[in-house]
Write a protein that binds this ligand. Structure first.
Ligand code: ADE
Ligand code: ZN
Length: 343
Protein backbone atom coordinates (compact mmCIF):
# COMPACT_ATOMS: atom_id res chain seq x y z
CA UNK A 1 0.00 0.00 0.00
CA UNK A 2 1.92 3.02 -1.27
CA UNK A 3 1.82 6.58 -0.03
CA UNK A 4 0.19 7.59 -3.28
CA UNK A 5 -2.77 5.34 -2.60
CA UNK A 6 -3.16 6.75 0.94
CA UNK A 7 -2.71 10.30 -0.29
CA UNK A 8 -5.38 9.80 -2.98
CA UNK A 9 -7.69 8.22 -0.44
CA UNK A 10 -7.30 11.22 1.90
CA UNK A 11 -7.71 13.82 -0.84
CA UNK A 12 -11.05 12.48 -2.00
CA UNK A 13 -12.43 11.77 1.44
CA UNK A 14 -15.14 14.27 2.49
CA UNK A 15 -13.95 15.98 5.66
CA UNK A 16 -14.96 18.60 8.20
CA UNK A 17 -12.42 20.94 9.79
CA UNK A 18 -13.17 21.97 13.38
CA UNK A 19 -10.02 23.63 14.64
CA UNK A 20 -8.74 26.35 12.36
CA UNK A 21 -7.73 29.90 13.25
CA UNK A 22 -8.46 32.05 10.23
CA UNK A 23 -5.53 34.31 11.14
CA UNK A 24 -3.40 31.16 11.01
CA UNK A 25 -4.20 30.68 7.32
CA UNK A 26 -2.46 33.95 6.44
CA UNK A 27 0.04 32.87 3.77
CA UNK A 28 3.17 35.05 3.47
CA UNK A 29 2.37 35.87 -0.18
CA UNK A 30 -1.04 37.30 0.73
CA UNK A 31 0.46 39.02 3.79
CA UNK A 32 2.93 40.94 1.61
CA UNK A 33 0.21 41.79 -0.90
CA UNK A 34 -2.17 43.18 1.75
CA UNK A 35 0.67 44.98 3.57
CA UNK A 36 1.62 46.71 0.34
CA UNK A 37 -1.90 47.86 -0.50
CA UNK A 38 -2.37 49.09 3.09
CA UNK A 39 0.97 50.93 3.07
CA UNK A 40 2.38 48.84 5.91
CA UNK A 41 6.04 47.88 6.08
CA UNK A 42 6.73 44.27 7.08
CA UNK A 43 10.03 43.85 8.92
CA UNK A 44 11.11 41.06 6.56
CA UNK A 45 12.21 41.78 3.00
CA UNK A 46 10.67 38.80 1.28
CA UNK A 47 8.40 35.80 1.64
CA UNK A 48 11.49 33.59 1.90
CA UNK A 49 12.97 35.71 4.68
CA UNK A 50 9.69 35.66 6.58
CA UNK A 51 9.34 31.90 6.23
CA UNK A 52 12.78 31.44 7.76
CA UNK A 53 11.45 32.62 11.13
CA UNK A 54 8.72 29.96 11.10
CA UNK A 55 10.77 27.75 13.38
CA UNK A 56 9.27 27.43 16.80
CA UNK A 57 10.39 25.74 19.99
CA UNK A 58 7.13 26.39 21.84
CA UNK A 59 3.66 27.92 21.53
CA UNK A 60 4.63 31.44 22.66
CA UNK A 61 7.32 31.80 19.98
CA UNK A 62 4.71 31.06 17.35
CA UNK A 63 2.08 33.33 18.91
CA UNK A 64 4.43 36.35 18.86
CA UNK A 65 4.95 35.97 15.11
CA UNK A 66 1.31 35.10 14.42
CA UNK A 67 -0.01 38.22 16.19
CA UNK A 68 2.57 40.39 14.37
CA UNK A 69 1.44 38.93 11.03
CA UNK A 70 -2.21 39.76 11.76
CA UNK A 71 -1.32 43.46 12.13
CA UNK A 72 -1.48 44.08 8.40
CA UNK A 73 -5.21 43.21 8.37
CA UNK A 74 -7.08 46.52 8.47
CA UNK A 75 -10.10 46.60 6.18
CA UNK A 76 -13.13 44.38 5.67
CA UNK A 77 -11.69 43.41 2.27
CA UNK A 78 -8.54 42.12 4.00
CA UNK A 79 -10.56 39.77 6.21
CA UNK A 80 -12.61 38.74 3.19
CA UNK A 81 -9.49 37.92 1.13
CA UNK A 82 -7.94 36.01 4.02
CA UNK A 83 -11.05 33.87 4.47
CA UNK A 84 -11.62 33.40 0.76
CA UNK A 85 -8.06 32.13 0.23
CA UNK A 86 -8.66 29.50 2.92
CA UNK A 87 -11.98 28.46 1.38
CA UNK A 88 -10.35 27.90 -2.02
CA UNK A 89 -7.81 25.67 -0.32
CA UNK A 90 -10.59 23.88 1.57
CA UNK A 91 -12.40 23.21 -1.71
CA UNK A 92 -9.23 21.77 -3.24
CA UNK A 93 -8.88 19.47 -0.23
CA UNK A 94 -12.47 18.25 -0.17
CA UNK A 95 -13.32 19.95 3.11
CA UNK A 96 -17.10 20.19 2.91
CA UNK A 97 -17.74 21.85 6.27
CA UNK A 98 -15.54 24.13 8.34
CA UNK A 99 -15.90 25.71 11.79
CA UNK A 100 -13.44 28.56 11.94
CA UNK A 101 -12.03 30.52 14.86
CA UNK A 102 -11.09 34.15 14.93
CA UNK A 103 -9.57 36.26 17.71
CA UNK A 104 -11.45 39.58 17.92
CA UNK A 105 -9.11 41.05 20.54
CA UNK A 106 -6.10 40.70 18.21
CA UNK A 107 -7.83 43.25 16.01
CA UNK A 108 -9.93 45.40 18.35
CA UNK A 109 -6.81 46.09 20.44
CA UNK A 110 -5.30 47.70 17.33
CA UNK A 111 -8.34 49.90 16.81
CA UNK A 112 -10.03 47.72 14.19
CA UNK A 113 -13.77 47.47 14.72
CA UNK A 114 -15.28 44.09 15.58
CA UNK A 115 -17.82 44.66 12.78
CA UNK A 116 -15.05 45.13 10.17
CA UNK A 117 -13.54 41.77 11.06
CA UNK A 118 -16.71 39.72 11.27
CA UNK A 119 -18.32 41.30 8.19
CA UNK A 120 -15.31 40.41 6.04
CA UNK A 121 -15.16 36.84 7.33
CA UNK A 122 -18.92 36.28 7.11
CA UNK A 123 -19.21 37.62 3.55
CA UNK A 124 -16.48 35.25 2.38
CA UNK A 125 -18.12 32.31 4.19
CA UNK A 126 -21.47 33.12 2.57
CA UNK A 127 -19.83 33.24 -0.87
CA UNK A 128 -18.09 29.97 0.00
CA UNK A 129 -21.44 28.35 0.63
CA UNK A 130 -22.96 29.74 -2.53
CA UNK A 131 -20.07 29.26 -4.97
CA UNK A 132 -18.10 26.37 -3.48
CA UNK A 133 -20.81 24.49 -1.58
CA UNK A 134 -18.80 24.63 1.67
CA UNK A 135 -20.88 25.01 4.83
CA UNK A 136 -19.38 26.82 7.80
CA UNK A 137 -19.72 28.14 11.32
CA UNK A 138 -17.92 30.92 13.19
CA UNK A 139 -16.43 30.45 16.66
CA UNK A 140 -15.12 33.56 18.39
CA UNK A 141 -12.17 33.00 20.74
CA UNK A 142 -11.11 34.96 23.82
CA UNK A 143 -7.37 35.49 24.24
CA UNK A 144 -6.49 33.84 27.53
CA UNK A 145 -3.32 35.93 28.12
CA UNK A 146 -5.66 38.93 28.56
CA UNK A 147 -7.89 39.29 31.60
CA UNK A 148 -11.50 38.23 32.05
CA UNK A 149 -12.74 41.83 32.01
CA UNK A 150 -11.45 42.15 28.46
CA UNK A 151 -13.17 38.91 27.52
CA UNK A 152 -16.42 40.27 28.97
CA UNK A 153 -16.02 43.40 26.82
CA UNK A 154 -15.61 41.16 23.79
CA UNK A 155 -18.64 39.13 24.85
CA UNK A 156 -20.74 42.30 24.67
CA UNK A 157 -19.38 43.02 21.18
CA UNK A 158 -20.42 39.63 19.87
CA UNK A 159 -23.99 39.77 21.14
CA UNK A 160 -25.41 41.80 18.19
CA UNK A 161 -23.91 39.16 15.86
CA UNK A 162 -25.36 36.20 17.72
CA UNK A 163 -27.03 34.72 14.68
CA UNK A 164 -23.67 34.43 12.88
CA UNK A 165 -21.74 32.88 15.76
CA UNK A 166 -22.26 29.29 16.89
CA UNK A 167 -19.86 29.27 19.79
CA UNK A 168 -17.12 30.83 21.86
CA UNK A 169 -13.64 29.43 22.46
CA UNK A 170 -10.47 30.13 24.40
CA UNK A 171 -6.98 30.29 22.88
CA UNK A 172 -3.51 31.87 23.07
CA UNK A 173 -0.85 31.23 25.77
CA UNK A 174 -2.10 28.27 27.77
CA UNK A 175 0.33 27.70 30.63
CA UNK A 176 -0.39 30.11 33.50
CA UNK A 177 -3.81 31.00 32.10
CA UNK A 178 -6.08 28.15 33.27
CA UNK A 179 -9.73 27.79 32.31
CA UNK A 180 -10.72 28.91 35.83
CA UNK A 181 -9.69 32.46 34.87
CA UNK A 182 -12.66 32.62 32.46
CA UNK A 183 -15.32 30.76 34.40
CA UNK A 184 -17.58 33.79 34.84
CA UNK A 185 -17.55 34.97 31.22
CA UNK A 186 -18.11 31.45 29.95
CA UNK A 187 -21.19 31.24 32.13
CA UNK A 188 -22.46 34.49 30.57
CA UNK A 189 -21.71 33.08 27.12
CA UNK A 190 -23.60 29.83 27.77
CA UNK A 191 -26.57 31.72 29.23
CA UNK A 192 -26.86 33.52 25.89
CA UNK A 193 -27.10 30.16 24.15
CA UNK A 194 -23.62 29.93 22.61
CA UNK A 195 -21.81 26.60 22.59
CA UNK A 196 -18.38 26.63 24.19
CA UNK A 197 -15.02 25.12 23.31
CA UNK A 198 -11.54 25.71 24.73
CA UNK A 199 -7.92 24.96 23.92
CA UNK A 200 -6.71 22.73 26.74
CA UNK A 201 -4.03 20.09 27.18
CA UNK A 202 -1.90 21.44 24.33
CA UNK A 203 1.06 22.69 26.40
CA UNK A 204 -0.97 22.79 29.61
CA UNK A 205 -1.59 19.77 31.86
CA UNK A 206 -4.48 17.28 31.84
CA UNK A 207 -5.87 19.25 34.80
CA UNK A 208 -6.71 22.10 32.40
CA UNK A 209 -8.78 19.66 30.34
CA UNK A 210 -10.72 18.66 33.46
CA UNK A 211 -11.26 22.36 34.20
CA UNK A 212 -12.44 23.06 30.65
CA UNK A 213 -15.02 20.28 31.08
CA UNK A 214 -16.11 21.08 34.63
CA UNK A 215 -15.77 24.86 34.85
CA UNK A 216 -16.33 25.98 31.25
CA UNK A 217 -18.68 23.11 30.32
CA UNK A 218 -17.24 22.88 26.84
CA UNK A 219 -18.81 20.88 24.03
CA UNK A 220 -15.37 20.17 22.53
CA UNK A 221 -11.77 20.37 23.68
CA UNK A 222 -9.22 21.82 21.26
CA UNK A 223 -5.99 19.78 21.19
CA UNK A 224 -6.42 17.91 24.49
CA UNK A 225 -3.65 15.45 23.72
CA UNK A 226 -2.14 15.71 27.20
CA UNK A 227 -5.31 13.95 28.39
CA UNK A 228 -3.38 10.73 27.79
CA UNK A 229 -1.47 11.49 31.00
CA UNK A 230 -4.65 10.84 33.02
CA UNK A 231 -6.50 7.51 32.68
CA UNK A 232 -9.60 8.82 34.49
CA UNK A 233 -9.81 11.73 32.10
CA UNK A 234 -9.58 9.39 29.11
CA UNK A 235 -12.49 7.38 30.57
CA UNK A 236 -14.45 10.60 31.05
CA UNK A 237 -13.85 11.72 27.44
CA UNK A 238 -14.79 8.28 26.13
CA UNK A 239 -18.06 8.07 28.08
CA UNK A 240 -19.20 11.66 27.62
CA UNK A 241 -18.10 11.68 23.95
CA UNK A 242 -16.74 15.20 24.35
CA UNK A 243 -14.55 15.38 21.23
CA UNK A 244 -10.88 16.35 20.95
CA UNK A 245 -9.78 18.36 17.90
CA UNK A 246 -6.23 17.15 17.37
CA UNK A 247 -3.75 19.15 15.24
CA UNK A 248 -0.79 16.93 14.29
CA UNK A 249 1.49 19.31 12.35
CA UNK A 250 0.86 22.04 14.92
CA UNK A 251 1.90 19.71 17.75
CA UNK A 252 5.03 18.76 15.86
CA UNK A 253 6.04 22.32 14.86
CA UNK A 254 5.41 23.68 18.37
CA UNK A 255 7.32 20.75 19.84
CA UNK A 256 4.39 19.51 21.89
CA UNK A 257 5.49 16.13 20.50
CA UNK A 258 9.11 15.44 19.52
CA UNK A 259 8.19 13.08 16.74
CA UNK A 260 4.95 12.52 14.85
CA UNK A 261 5.15 8.89 16.01
CA UNK A 262 4.63 10.19 19.57
CA UNK A 263 1.23 11.71 18.77
CA UNK A 264 -1.16 9.66 20.93
CA UNK A 265 -3.88 9.53 18.29
CA UNK A 266 -4.22 5.76 18.11
CA UNK A 267 -4.50 5.55 21.90
CA UNK A 268 -7.34 8.07 21.78
CA UNK A 269 -9.16 6.17 19.03
CA UNK A 270 -8.69 2.82 20.77
CA UNK A 271 -10.17 4.27 23.95
CA UNK A 272 -13.26 5.24 21.96
CA UNK A 273 -12.58 8.99 22.16
CA UNK A 274 -14.00 11.16 19.40
CA UNK A 275 -10.71 12.53 18.04
CA UNK A 276 -10.49 14.34 14.73
CA UNK A 277 -7.66 15.76 12.61
CA UNK A 278 -7.35 19.52 12.06
CA UNK A 279 -4.83 22.04 10.78
CA UNK A 280 -4.85 24.80 13.47
CA UNK A 281 -2.65 27.41 11.70
CA UNK A 282 -1.78 25.83 8.36
CA UNK A 283 0.15 28.79 6.89
CA UNK A 284 2.61 28.56 9.80
CA UNK A 285 2.85 24.80 10.36
CA UNK A 286 3.60 23.51 6.88
CA UNK A 287 0.31 21.99 5.83
CA UNK A 288 -3.44 22.18 5.44
CA UNK A 289 -5.87 19.46 6.42
CA UNK A 290 -4.84 16.76 3.94
CA UNK A 291 -1.17 17.21 4.80
CA UNK A 292 -2.10 16.72 8.45
CA UNK A 293 -3.99 13.50 7.66
CA UNK A 294 -1.09 12.25 5.54
CA UNK A 295 1.57 13.09 8.12
CA UNK A 296 -0.18 11.06 10.85
CA UNK A 297 -1.22 8.29 8.47
CA UNK A 298 2.43 7.80 7.53
CA UNK A 299 3.88 8.15 11.02
CA UNK A 300 1.32 5.91 12.73
CA UNK A 301 0.74 3.64 9.73
CA UNK A 302 -2.98 4.26 9.88
CA UNK A 303 -5.22 1.97 7.85
CA UNK A 304 -7.77 3.38 5.43
CA UNK A 305 -10.41 2.28 7.91
CA UNK A 306 -8.80 4.35 10.66
CA UNK A 307 -8.47 7.33 8.33
CA UNK A 308 -12.15 7.04 7.39
CA UNK A 309 -12.96 6.82 11.11
CA UNK A 310 -11.17 10.13 11.66
CA UNK A 311 -13.19 11.78 8.89
CA UNK A 312 -16.40 10.35 10.37
CA UNK A 313 -15.36 11.71 13.74
CA UNK A 314 -14.91 15.16 12.20
CA UNK A 315 -18.60 15.16 11.27
CA UNK A 316 -19.76 13.57 14.53
CA UNK A 317 -17.86 16.21 16.51
CA UNK A 318 -19.13 19.09 14.39
CA UNK A 319 -21.92 21.51 15.27
CA UNK A 320 -23.94 20.43 12.21
CA UNK A 321 -27.56 19.30 12.63
CA UNK A 322 -27.90 15.59 13.38
CA UNK A 323 -29.56 14.95 10.05
CA UNK A 324 -26.74 16.58 8.07
CA UNK A 325 -24.13 14.79 10.19
CA UNK A 326 -25.74 11.44 9.38
CA UNK A 327 -25.74 12.26 5.68
CA UNK A 328 -22.00 13.04 5.64
CA UNK A 329 -21.14 10.00 7.76
CA UNK A 330 -22.97 7.82 5.24
CA UNK A 331 -21.01 9.47 2.43
CA UNK A 332 -17.73 8.72 4.19
CA UNK A 333 -18.85 5.11 4.70
CA UNK A 334 -19.87 4.56 1.12
CA UNK A 335 -16.67 6.18 -0.16
CA UNK A 336 -14.63 3.83 2.06
CA UNK A 337 -16.63 0.76 0.97
CA UNK A 338 -16.17 1.65 -2.68
CA UNK A 339 -12.39 2.07 -2.35
CA UNK A 340 -12.02 -1.19 -0.41
CA UNK A 341 -13.95 -3.13 -3.07
CA UNK A 342 -11.76 -1.77 -5.86
CA UNK A 343 -8.70 -2.97 -3.96
N1 ADE B 1 -3.93 30.55 18.53
C1 ADE B 1 -3.63 30.14 17.29
N2 ADE B 1 -3.12 28.92 17.33
C2 ADE B 1 -3.09 28.52 18.61
C3 ADE B 1 -2.67 27.36 19.30
N3 ADE B 1 -2.16 26.30 18.66
N4 ADE B 1 -2.78 27.33 20.64
C4 ADE B 1 -3.27 28.38 21.29
N5 ADE B 1 -3.68 29.48 20.71
C5 ADE B 1 -3.59 29.57 19.38
ZN1 ZN C 1 -5.67 26.27 17.93
Amino acid sequence: MGNKSISNFINKLPKAELHLHIEGTFEPGLMFKIAQRNGIKIKYNSVEELKKVYNFSKLQEFLDIYYAGAEVLIYEQDFYDLTWAYLLKAKEQNIVHTEIFFDPQTHTHRGIKFSTVINGIKKALDTGKEKLGITSEIIVCFLRHLDEVDAIKTFHQILPYKKWIVGVGLDSSEVGHPPAKFQKVFEMVRKEGFLTVAHAGEEGPAEYVWDALRLLKVSRVDHGIRSVEDEKLLDELATTKIPLTVCPLSNLKLQVVKNMKDLPLRTLLQKGILASINSDDPAYFGGYLNENYLAVAEALKLTKQEIAQLAENSFKASFLDEEVKTRWIKKVDSYYEKIIQVK
